[in-house]
Design a protein around this ligand. Structure first.
Ligand SMILES: [Zn+2]
Ligand SMILES: [Zn+2]
Length: 137
């Protein structure tokens, strides 16, 4: 979808920084940090503008902020309405998408047992990627 229309549909005013930030988020195949976003957009856009924009996008459900407790990093992911999990390298912090979800049956069982309607879950896998394993030996 065109950025202009997408922002308009969310009742967000279209501005050049918002346009650029949204484009970067859409192009990123895995969640991206604020610092990485900054490197990819016009350098005249300052950090606080990026921060406020991400905050605004998050409030409108355009992006999701994810905090990886293990590495202490915050990243942003454009909402593609796909259910994926992430595998994070604790050495280089590279992120890989894992499209397989093992939790369907588990969710159903917990819902039945507790009477809750389960709305979402989050699962992150942490490890050391093949490149980091190689350089450690
Ligand atoms: Zn690594
Ligand atoms: Zn899942």
């Amino acid at each position: 979808m065109q950025n202009k229309k997408e922002l308009h549909d969310s009742k967000i005013r279209f501005t050049k920084p918002r346009d650029e930030i949204l484009t970067v988020l859409k192009e990123a195949k895995t969640p991206i940090s604020l610092q990485d976003i900054r490197c990819k957009i016009d350098e005249s856009i300052d950090l606080s503008t990026i921060y406020r924009t991400l905050d605004l996008f998050e409030k409108h459900g355009i992006v999701h902020k994810i905090v990886y407790l293990e590495t202490g990093t915050s990243v942003y992911e454009y909402d593609r309405h796909l259910h994926v999990h992430h595998l994070i390298c604790i050495e280089c912090r590279k992120i890989v998408n894992v499209e397989e979800c093992p939790l369907g049956d588990y969710e159903n069982r917990i819902a039945l047992e507790t009477g809750y309607q389960i709305v979402r879950h989050q699962l992150e896998l942490y490890g050391i990627c093949p490149e980091c394993r190689k350089s450690a030996t």
